[in-house]
Design a binder for this molecule. Structure first.
Ligand code: ZN
Ligand code: ZN
Length: 361
């Protein structure tokens, strides 16, 4: 079922290895039974995409980009209910049938690790293109979320990163108290907004002045620069016992160790920044074995939080409209990547769009 005419070819940002992404004309994906074709309105740039390019973690050629929203312009047999709908898409869904899913560890499910959206080549997201094909198991598995037409697309594309933040926040202890968030990039700031709404007293650590300012605006009680004196600075706000929990939305070893030292005995440290297997971090074992502090990880999204994520995204008490600060055309992908990597002038989340004029209007 087609609801608008779809061209045979489209513009896409193709990573063929190296540090740059090429702008190419590629065929618009054909869809089969159960599949959907999404006309992309915008797609965010995620640090994981940037890592794939910088560290060569994907097998080129690929079309990356997974924080996408748009309109379903064609629907395969069995998926017609999404025809013409405006949606945000998760590129991973769990199988809900394995031991790990049973345990609620959805992002560890083998099925979850497969990517189910593509604009061509092997599925890698595909959001940095004009059209994306959504594979049947994503459609069936609850990965396609309808969003109202009035919702700015720059908010709709926050669906997936917001889910990951809500998941991380749900791993915090129920006892609440003082929470330190290391890093106030887009996800760090989302965490600040959510945690303070959930009743935590939030203190943040961030080097960039614009982000420090934003952090306070979103409800942080205090914000510090990272550095050697972090432990003593945290003591000033959290008292000699130290903060109750820390979320590391940064890879800075100094910040992670400084905050682990400052954490109160029995406190919780959540590693939230995208680490990778084999990446080493030197920590003081006594902080765990003697002071009974816990280090846990939170990775990717949880399908159980899809409803809450949508509700939170539509909740106008949160200023989600301020998170995407720059929308570039597909042709400007390399500029967009450079800004996402080296934020300046208060830039937060960066996105690309086949029609940035409409998005920015
Ligand atoms: Zn992402
Ligand atoms: Zn599973």
């Amino acid at each position: 079922m087609k609801i608008e005419s779809v061209p045979a070819e489209m513009t896409a940002c193709v990573w063929r290895g190296g540090s740059r992404v090429e702008i190419e004309t590629v065929p618009v994906p054909e869809i089969g039974p159960g599949e959907l074709l999404l006309r992309v309105e915008a797609c965010g740039l995620c640090p994981t995409d940037i890592k794939k390019i910088d560290l060569g973690l994907a097998e080129p050629p690929v079309i990356l980009g997974h924080e996408m929203a748009g309109v379903v312009v064609a629907a395969g047999q069995g998926s017609e209910k999404f025809s013409g709908k405006r949606v945000a898409v998760y590129h991973h869904v769990p199988c809900r049938n394995c031991r790990l899913c049973e345990l609620g560890r959805y992002s560890q499910c083998a099925g979850y690790k497969k990517t189910g959206t593509t604009a061509g080549f092997s599925p890698a997201g595909g959001g940095w293109a004009e059209y994306v094909k959504i594979l049947p198991w994503i459609v069936k598995g609850g990965g396609v979320i309808e969003v109202p037409k009035w919702l700015p697309v720059t908010v709709a594309i926050l669906m997936e990163p917001l889910n990951t933040c809500l998941k991380c926040a749900s791993a915090l202890p129920d006892s609440k108290g003082i929470l330190v968030i290391l890093g106030q990039g887009p996800v760090g700031l989302m965490l600040t907004a959510i945690a303070q709404r959930n009743g935590w007293e939030v203190v943040t650590v961030e080097p960039l002045p614009e982000r420090q300012e934003k952090s306070i605006k979103l409800g942080a009680k205090a914000v510090f620069r990272p550095g050697k004196d972090l432990t003593s600075r945290l003591e000033e706000v959290a008292g000699p016992l130290g903060p109750d929990a820390v979320i590391a939305a940064t890879e800075s070893e100094e910040a992670i160790n400084g905050s682990l030292g400052a954490l109160r005995p029995g406190g919780t440290l959540i590693l939230f920044a995208h680490t990778r297997k084999g990446q080493e971090l030197k920590i003081d074992a006594g902080q765990i074995g003697v002071a009974e502090k816990q280090i846990i990880g939170s990775y990717s999204s949880s399908i159980e939080l899809n409803l809450l994520t949508r509700e939170t995204l539509l909740d106008d008490r949160f200023p989600w409209g301020e998170f995407v600060t720059h929308v570039f055309s597909l042709g400007e992908i390399n500029r967009a990547l450079a800004l996402a990597k080296h934020p300046e002038g208060g830039s937060l989340k960066v996105a690309v769009s086949p029609d940035p004029g409409v998005v920015n209007a």
